[in-house]
Design a protein around this ligand. Sequence first.
Ligand SMILES: *[C@@H]1O[C@H](CO)[C@@H](O)[C@H](O)[C@H]1NC(C)=O
Ligand SMILES: *[C@@H]1O[C@H](CO)[C@@H](O)[C@H](O)[C@H]1NC(C)=O
Ligand SMILES: *[C@@H]1O[C@H](CO)[C@@H](O)[C@H](O)[C@H]1NC(C)=O
Ligand SMILES: *[C@@H]1O[C@H](CO)[C@@H](O)[C@H](O)[C@H]1NC(C)=O
Length: 477
Amino acid sequence: MPSPYTHSKTLTTTATRFLKTPLVLLSSFLLFYLLYHTHIYSLSTPTITHTSLSTPTTTTTTTTTTTTSLHHLVFGIASSSNSYPKRLSYIHTWFKPYMTRGYIFLDHIPTYNDTLIPILISKDTSKFPYTFPRGLRSAIRVSRIVKEIVDLNLFNVRWFIFGDDDTVFFTENLVKTLSKYDHNKWYYVGSNSESFDQNTNYSFDMAFGGGGFAISYSLGKVLAKVLDKCLMRYSHLYGSDSRIFSCLTELGVGLTHEPGFHQVDMRGSLFGMLSAHPLAPLVSLHHLDNVEPIFPGMNHSQALEQLLLAVKVDSERILQQTVCYDHSKSLTISISWGYSVQVYEGNQLLPDLLPLQRSFVPWRRSVNAYSNPFMFNIREYSKYPCKRPAVFYLENVFSKANEIQSNYKRQFVKHCVQNGSVKNLEEIVVFSQKLDLDIGKLQAPRRHCCDVLTPFDTKIDVRIRQCGDEELIAMDP
Ligand SMILES: *[C@@H]1O[C@H](CO)[C@@H](O)[C@H](O)[C@H]1NC(C)=O
Ligand SMILES: *[C@@H]1O[C@H](CO)[C@@H](O)[C@H](O)[C@H]1NC(C)=O
Ligand SMILES: *[C@@H]1O[C@H](CO)[C@@H](O)[C@H](O)[C@H]1NC(C)=O
Ligand SMILES: *[C@@H]1O[C@H](CO)[C@@H](O)[C@H](O)[C@H]1NC(C)=O
């Protein structure tokens, strides 16, 4: 679904109780702000030198006034008093109190209150018409989060970020991604749906709200001024994201597509999608409750925590796909860093490993399963596990001195007759260095190379590194 609120049935808004306490609110902003600032600046003083794979010789001394960082972002999270208690644990996985700035927008004061992430009660929207048949008029409330958050006039904001209460943001990567753009210019950054149908219904050029999107400060200021007038014309639309898209379109602004935002309009297993991420930092994942847990043998929250283990160690490298070749044993090893490794017998050419294995099914069950209803290149993923490559999942990850080690354990499939050199493989160990892409590398990304380090039987060690200038990612000779 393109917009929040597939679950909430709460349609009204109450601003009255909230409005009684503007002073309390104002002072809590100030307090929050002070806490937050002391925190940020004390964290930024020590000179931590990351082993950057990009331009290791230059020591860029960019000041906080020129480089975008987390404290320049303000998040507006769309929720409702109904879904808030269930989704709070999700939000806590990425929203770090005193580090992350933002608010959860609710329709009513909730019965349970989290004191760490501030909540705001949305203003009344009863004057706005809503005519989409069987839709939820909370879409108006949610679209107005954009205005309500801009109108808070917070200090030192560069980007406004919007998402649902089941959107997981990878904030470090979001900051990196946005740092490519000038927040003083008008930018609307996000991604459309993975589903061809959903894009046909809504727009190929709309940022789907569940995947999250960013609006630059200068654009947000203008949008906030014209939004209410514009919303009156769009009562016939279904969701909040369509409304924002329409009003930005009226302002003459188009979407800047960033492939790291993921609406996840799919069901089933995300394995294929997470094993072949585009060459861009992972920014968000949505709908994780609507798909299978992303690691086998775990529940949804454990599986997300498992991915976050790797994110904590090297956020920018998470899911980045690197392929290693072992000529002597004729193996192809495809790594999705921090998540999975697949080992194929024989030489698999790199372009053949980039299409997504179809482990998932369309969001809408009526969609014809034989055409490609998705927005990306697809390859088949055998229904028979014995016919799939050997699959390894992240077990653990360590950071020591200049090196990061991540270990992937094989998921053995019962009753498969195994032969060849993958037969005894149990573990893949991947060595890498922390990725810290500069703007040049973000604008013109290049995939990394990797080497198989040791002769092996049960375990393969590989090292990921930057490729040489003329190096090709292929099995040589
Ligand atoms: C929620 O938190 C606010 C601010 O801390 C407080 O005024 C309010 O009484 C709390 N509500 C509940 C239901 O705990
Ligand atoms: C989207 O398109 C499908 C047909 O592909 C149609 O059944 C559905 O009603 C459309 N939904 C909206 C919201 O327009
Ligand atoms: C998931 O598993 C963990 C560990 O077994 C458990 O603590 C947690 O309550 C489970 N969560 C859900 C939603 O079942
Ligand atoms: C492994 O077995 C398959 C048939 O199951 C066969 O096609 C393949 O050649 C065998 N590989 C080796 C290395 O023996």
